[in-house]
Design a protein around this ligand. Structure first.
Ligand SMILES: NC(=O)c1ccc[n+]([C@@H]2O[C@H](COP(=O)([O-])OP(=O)(O)OC[C@H]3O[C@@H](n4cnc5c(N)ncnc54)[C@H](O)[C@@H]3O)[C@@H](O)[C@H]2O)c1
Length: 263
């Protein structure tokens, strides 16, 4: 029960496979109270209502690209909790060019703007809203989910590579300000390929999933294990970890070659 008494907001649970879904379940199992949020269109799809009931959590719609929605979300959450929050999970990603199968050498730049806004700038917007509303307690913890394509080339990940690089940079830059002013830490977790709606949108995902699984000494990290890691990072056991991009990938990021791939 390492989150006993903590209050948090979890973005991005869409269905049972979502990483955020598992994080929500684990946070509640560890004693936290949570608010769930997602884009209005995702809420209409329905599955998240089941999670809200299970977690005894209010469900507050918010398009994470809208400052107005984010302000309403944080105000309503603080009203619900009767206090500021202690932790926030940003688990949001979407690429329009990937969705529409545009090759990396022929990207549509309006779509790219949308991709960056949804997948990365929304993280800055969330932290700026927290900052302006003074919505997080001292020693609070903010996390976003990233992927190693921010550092290395994974051609089919397309413009999401740049979106993740931007996301990780926002974590460091805003993490500095939140650290100095409020002792709040900000980190990104760079997660293994995981079978989810967003993951499966990437071309050749299954082959790539199998490759990463073989390449990683521990195999791909499942969503449930990622949820455990999030719980630890939200807890008081990691108070001095900040401005980091933390690999949660079964060792993939340190590998050069694995005989498992050759056999
Ligand atoms: N699945 C993987 O292989 C993998 C690997 C590393 C990192 N990640 C990251 O994990 C995070 C969660 O993705 P997932 O794999 O659980 O997939 P998912 O499809 O379950 O979650 C993505 C979520 O983003 C939400 N979203 C999209 N647009 C939004 C908006 N405008 N406002 C608010 N929410 C919006 C969707 O409704 C959905 O709930 C993403 O940042 C993703 O890039 C995924």
């Amino acid at each position: 029960m390492i989150l006993q008494g903590k209050k948090g907001i979890i973005f991005g649970a869409l269905d049972h496979q979502s990483i955020a879904w598992k994080v929500a379940e684990r946070c509640v199992q560890h004693g936290a109270q949570i608010v769930l949020t997602n884009a209005p269109v995702a809420l209409r799809m329905g599955a998240i209502k089941e999670l809200a009931e299970q977690c005894n959590a209010p469900l507050i719609p918010a398009d994470a690209t809208s400052i107005e929605d984010l302000e309403a979300l944080f105000r309503q959450s603080m009203e619900h909790f009767g206090s500021k929050v202690d932790f926030v999970l940003h688990s949001i990603g979407m690429s329009v060019n990937v969705r529409k199968n545009r090759p990396y050498t022929d990207l549509n730049y309006e779509w790219m703007q949308k991709t960056f806004d949804v997948s990365a700038i929304s993280f800055h917007k969330t932290m700026q809203t927290i900052w302006k509303l003074d919505a997080i307690n001292e020693w609070g913890s903010i996390l976003a989910l990233s992927y190693i394509a921010a550092q290395r080339v994974f051609p089919d990940y397309s413009e999401m590579a740049e979106a993740k690089a931007l996301l990780e940079s926002f974590a460091r830059s805003f993490g500095y300000h939140l650290g100095v002013a409020k002792k709040v830490r900000v980190n990104t977790i760079s997660q293994s390929p995981t079978i989810t709606t967003a993951g499966q949108g990437i071309k050749g995902f299954q082959e790539f999933f199998d490759y990463a699984d073989k390449m990683s000494p521990l195999g791909n990290a499942p969503a449930e294990a990622c949820a455990d890691y999030c719980v630890v990072l939200f807890s008081d056991l990691t108070r001095y970890v900040t401005l980091q991009n933390l690999y949660h990938d079964g060792g993939f990021s340190s590998m050069g070659m694995s005989p498992a791939i050759l056999s």
